[in-house]
Design a binder for this molecule. Structure first.
Ligand SMILES: CC(C)(COP(=O)(O)OP(=O)(O)OC[C@H]1O[C@@H](n2cnc3c(N)ncnc32)[C@H](O)[C@@H]1OP(=O)(O)O)[C@@H](O)C(=O)NCCC(=O)NCCS
Length: 174
């Protein structure tokens, strides 16, 4: 495992964060641009944009941002995880794990107890994520298989009173 410094992103990091996302996602800029669009909205929570620093270099980035679960006239504020990126040369050394653990801890501290994502079903369960649809949550904006739409409850029984459709903010749609 490579121990890294996990800290809040600041404006001076933006170039390096772009490059981390660009490289991690196979030299495409979709996710790097997604980060830029989310930063420009009220759904951005600065303390939940985290970088992993190693010897002064940014080698990883995690963005958690606000979204809503809507059920008729009820609306619950939740957090969505996307994207997470570790530079290819540093992958599989526990850096993603350190980013996610610190990110979830910060959500808890800020009083956000429900975190959702669309992601790899073999990666996220180790952090407490479970398929979301059997727990009463719906996703219609993206057509994805049941096992990739996941939720993590950071407080016992939090989902007992939160049901409905997850709505990703418009920033997610280019
Ligand atoms: C996904 C990603 C962020 C993981 O970061 P990482 O630093 O390589 O992950 P870690 O080393 O912390 O891995 C943690 C665990 O997940 C496992 N793991 C890592 N990548 C995995 C993958 N793609 N699929 C399944 N399991 C994976 C590791 O074996 C490790 O398991 P362990 O702790 O039980 O040994 C990184 O591989 C990456 O940037 N990938 C490209 C971008 C991407 O696909 N992002 C996710 C979609 S938003």
């Amino acid at each position: 495992m490579t121990v890294v410094l996990i800290r809040t992103e600041n404006e001076r990091d933006y170039d390096q964060v772009y490059k981390v996302n660009y490289a991690a996602f196979g030299n495409r800029e979709d996710e790097a641009k997604l980060v830029e669009r989310i930063r420009a909205t009220p759904y951005f929570v600065p303390q939940l944009s985290l970088v992993a620093e190693l010897d002064g270099e940014i080698v990883g980035h995690l963005l958690l941002s606000r979204a809503e679960i809507v059920n008729g006239t009820e609306c619950h504020e939740v957090i969505v995880l996307a994207p997470i990126a570790v530079k290819p040369a540093h992958q599989k050394h526990g850096i993603g794990r350190q980013l996610i653990q610190e990110g979830l801890e910060r959500c808890r501290q800020l009083g956000y107890y429900v975190v959702l994502l669309i992601g790899h079903p073999s990666y996220y369960p180790k952090f407490g994520f479970k398929p979301a649809r059997p727990l009463g949550l719906e996703l219609k904006q993206f057509e994805v298989p049941d096992d990739v739409f996941m939720v993590c409850e950071l407080k016992d029984n939090e989902l007992l009173h939160i049901q409905g459709e997850l709505i990703y903010p418009v920033a997610f749609f280019g």
